[in-house]
Design a protein around this ligand. Structure first.
Ligand code: G3H
Length: 247
């Protein structure tokens, strides 16, 4: 198994040019120059600014995009635009897009398909609500979300799957390592049976939901957890500890 550890920081709708300077400073000072596969997801209006100030070994992601090349879609951005400013990743299907903005499984899947066709790498997010977990539907929900994506993804090598239980996002209630591992393992089995053994073996499945400097090492010990998607803690110095969780 040679899956490379992957850490994404999702800044969500936080910060401004001034506050980002602190983030650039702690990344520049504390992140080893040979880190690989660290990506930050930035509000679209700041992508260009962050691109020009971020350490060069950290890749840049948009937090969303639309499913077509161009046109009359006020307020949207396209994968071509994301690439044009030098970003190489996009986060799609985040639970806030699904649950606050009502994005369906199908829309998320179409956005993923179009982004991949345009040459972006995708962090594809899935995860269940608390009510779904409590009624024993976790696997049903994440498999349904995966199934919608499956029909739109030809090249899985450019996809990282982020399993983010919605009840753990921004709540301080992290899934236990065992809870997260169980879903990651079930996802890998589903991928093996429904996509291919090769994809199941190689695709990175990262965990998101209240990951911090203090809980990241225990989570990172689990064999099917290949990294993290970090919200709140990605704006703080402890992000560096999370990047180094397996070092
Ligand atoms: O994209 C990141 C996730 O929503 C996790 O956010 P959080 O670390 O603030 O819980």
């Amino acid at each position: 198994m040679t899956r490379k550890f992957f850490v994404g920081g999702n800044w969500k709708m936080n910060g401004n040019k001034e506050s980002y300077k602190e983030i650039f400073a702690f990344l520049n000072e504390n992140l080893s120059s040979d880190v690989e596969d660290v990506v930050v997801g930035v509000p679209s209006i700041y992508l260009d600014y962050v691109k020009n100030n971020l350490p060069k070994n950290i890749a840049l992601a948009a937090q969303n995009c639309y499913k077509v090349e161009k046109g009359a879609f006020t307020g949207e951005i396209s994968p071509d635009m994301i690439k044009d400013i030098g970003a190489t990743w996009v986060i799609l299907g985040h639970s806030e897009r699904r649950n606050v903005f009502g994005e369906s499984d199908e829309l998320v899947a179409e956005k993923i398909g179009h982004s991949l066709e345009k040459g972006l790498h995708v962090i594809a997010c899935i995860g269940e609500l608390l009510s779904e977990r409590e009624s024993g539907k976790t696997n049903e929900v994440v498999f349904r979300q995966m199934n919608a994506m499956k029909n739109h993804i030809k090249d899985w090598s450019k996809v990282v799957i982020a399993y983010e239980p919605v009840w753990a996002i921004g709540t301080g209630k992290t899934a236990t390592p065992a809870q997260a591992q169980e879903v990651h393992q079930d996802l890998r089995k589903w991928i093996s049976e429904n996509i291919s053994k090769d994809v199941a073996e190689n695709v990175r499945i990262i965990y998101g939901g209240s990951v911090t400097g203090s809980n990241c090492r225990e989570l990172a010990k689990e064999k099917d957890i290949d990294g993290f998607l970090v919200g709140g803690a990605s704006l703080k110095k402890e992000f560096v500890q999370i990047v180094n969780a397996r070092v």
